[in-house]
Design a protein around this ligand. Structure first.
Ligand code: PEP
Ligand code: MN
Length: 369
């Protein structure tokens, strides 16, 4: 495997750097579907790693579950004919055995597997010491610990290279996305495992072709290391995820319009300016903490006073007043009101926690309500 496997550069990008691409259909349906899709993708992105689900996890039995073992030989054919490397999903040690026999050098772990540490450990044991690149999708639920933990299980099994795939999180709130991106959770993951590259699966986040380009651009702006995008020669007749797949031509257009920014710049002027701006941000952060300390002291003083006068901790009118006042401030100064609301809810929650502790001192807990 060459160092450049799976890396494609984005055309039209002044600061172009290589990024990993995993393009290909949702599932392996037939030999013709795989080969015709692969040929078109390879023409545009010869270093792409060609994806296709050989075994598909479906909610209900009876739905198309990928062509299964026979598709392994179609995938091998794609590799031989186009020169692209190939990747599929594995969910059981039996899948692992089959893909190792077929010579796969890349696999992904699906979101429905990452949720289960028993399954992940079984896979890590099956892969122990193998020369393989494993891409770990985030779990369906917004639990970064499970995602980090799954990567660690593979790292501990001595896997040559572990990557992460951000595919969004199931949410019950209404949203234009199939799976809410929750970018802050992707950033949390990167903070915990800075050496694990993160690929953005723009298709499963979007759920529809129209959103793919903005999701992919956002991922690049947040310094993601690559993209997974489901691409099908004829999405309309796709047997799985028909609504979100795009044609190789559409893929070419979307990728051609992305702007790639470098995670750093070598210009000295850039560094000097950035340093100056960052030191000003640091001073403001220090001032925020000083203000929170001063606020906490006053909250404690009020707590003593409430307790002495047998008054409840929660004063709902006062809370409404605080919130309203700061939302008006935010509005005037064009701060995002949703952000200020969440911030003040946190601050208020902390004040209640502080006063609850004060009320509980000397086991005098009867006054809390
Ligand atoms: C897929 O990549 O086709 C897939 C099933 O993804 P996920 O596990 O993210 O749902
Ligand atoms: Mn899919």
């Amino acid at each position: 495997m060459s160092e450049l496997d799976g890396f494609s550069s984005i055309p039209n990008s002044p600061n172009s750097r290589e990024m990993k691409t995993l393009f290909g259909p949702c599932s392996a349906e037939s030999e013709v579907q795989l080969l015709t899709t692969a040929r078109e993708i390879a023409q545009k992105f010869p270093n792409n790693i060609f994806r296709a689900g050989v075994w598909k996890p479906r909610s209900r039995p009876g739905a198309f579950e990928g062509a299964g073992d026979i598709a392994l030989s179609w995938m091998q054919q794609v590799r031989e004919e186009t020169g692209m490397d190939i990747i599929t999903e594995v969910a059981t040690p039996k899948h692992v055995e089959a893909i190792l026999k077929a010579g796969f050098k890349h696999v992904w772990i699906g979101a429905r597997t990452t949720v289960n540490p028993f399954s992940v450990q079984d896979l890590a044991d099956a892969f122990k010491g193998e020369d393989i690149h494993i891409y770990v999708k985030n779990p369906i639920n917004p639990d970064v610990g499970l995602w980090v933990g799954a990567c660690e299980r593979f790292q501990r099994a001595g896997i040559s290279k572990v990557f992460a795939i951000h595919r969004g999180f199931q949410s019950f709130e209404s949203s234009p996305y199939r799976n809410a991106p929750r970018w802050e959770l992707m950033i949390d993951f990167k903070t915990q495992l800075p050496n694990v590259p993160v690929i953005c699966d723009a298709s499963h986040i979007s759920g529809t072709p129209e959103l793919i380009s903005s999701v992919a651009q956002k991922a690049l702006d947040l310094d993601c290391d690559g993209l997974m995008i489901e691409t099908h020669i004829n999405p309309q007749v796709a047997l799985t995820d028909a609504r979100q797949q795009i044609t190789p031509d559409e893929l070419g257009k979307i990728i051609g319009q992305l702007v790639q920014r470098n995670s750093d710049s070598s210009s000295e002027g850039f560094h000097r300016k950035l340093l100056e701006l960052r030191s000003r941000v640091d001073s403001i952060d220090d001032a925020i903490i000083q203000s929170l300390i001063a606020r906490k002291r006053l909250v404690e003083e009020i707590g003593v006073y409430k307790k002495a006068n047998h008054v409840t901790i929660l004063q709902i009118r006062r809370w409404e007043e605080i919130l309203m006042r700061q939302l008006q401030n935010a509005n005037k100064s064009q701060l995002n009101t949703e952000f200020i609301k969440r911030l003040y809810e946190l601050i208020h929650e902390e004040s209640i926690r502080i006063q609850t502790n004060q009320f509980a001192e000397n086991l005098d807990v009867n006054n809390i309500n």
